[in-house]
Design a binder for this molecule. Structure first.
Ligand code: HEC
Length: 157
């Protein structure tokens, strides 16, 4: 039974390689650079570095998300998606990263009077997982179409 002894030796080595790789190029102004790094770490694995997701596999393109915030159900849906709600991010960071991805990928869809998500709002909405994300998403998209906020022939990715 020698093999299992290798894992504990490898793990710290891997952690330090990752830490150097990810944080080695530490930004001078952390406030500006932390969000892109957080996105890369927590979100890009599924949504891709450019935010286009893999629609064919059910991972949405984040460029659409800005439209959702017009509706209360859409606004709350964005907080409740598993990648955010069930992540290890604290509520303040989750709010910041959500505001960040909306502005980075979907600024052209955000309403002019968009009020950024607050920590308190994320705390309140994060646990709201009454129905599954896919069902809620479809309902919101059809409400957006009904309200003329999405083209009627828009097909959800
Ligand atoms: C494990 C893969 C995965 C990770 C990691 C992930 N997501 Fe997602 N995300 C999804 C899937 C799949 C959906 C579609 C809703 C669903 O089925 O849960 C989604 C939906 C979303 C939506 C709604 C977009 C829409 O059009 O419906 C937003 C916004 C979002 N994710 C943001 C994030 C953010 C921010 C992170 C990082 C903190 C993140 N996601 C991490 C897989 C992921």
């Amino acid at each position: 039974m020698r093999a299992p002894h290798r894992a504990p030796l490898l793990a710290p080595a891997l952690v330090s390689v990752l830490a150097v790789g990810l944080f080695g190029a530490a930004p001078l102004w952390a406030g500006e650079m932390t969000l892109p790094t957080l996105y890369t770490l927590h979100c890009s694995g599924c949504h891709g570095e450019a935010g286009h997701g893999v629609p064919a596999s059910g991972v949405p393109d984040l460029h659409d998300a800005g439209s959702y915030v017009v509706l209360p159900a859409g606004r709350s849906y964005l907080v409740s998606v598993p990648g955010l709600a069930q992540s290890s991010l604290d509520d303040a960071t989750a709010a910041r990263i959500l505001n960040y991805i909306l502005r980075r990928f979907s600024a052209d869809r955000l309403p002019a009077d968009f009020a950024p998500y607050t920590t308190a709002e994320v705390t309140r909405l994060r646990t709201d997982v009454a129905s599954d994300a896919e069902t809620r998403r479809r309902r919101i998209l059809s409400d957006l179409k009904a309200a003329g906020l999405l083209p009627r022939d828009y097909t959800a990715p």
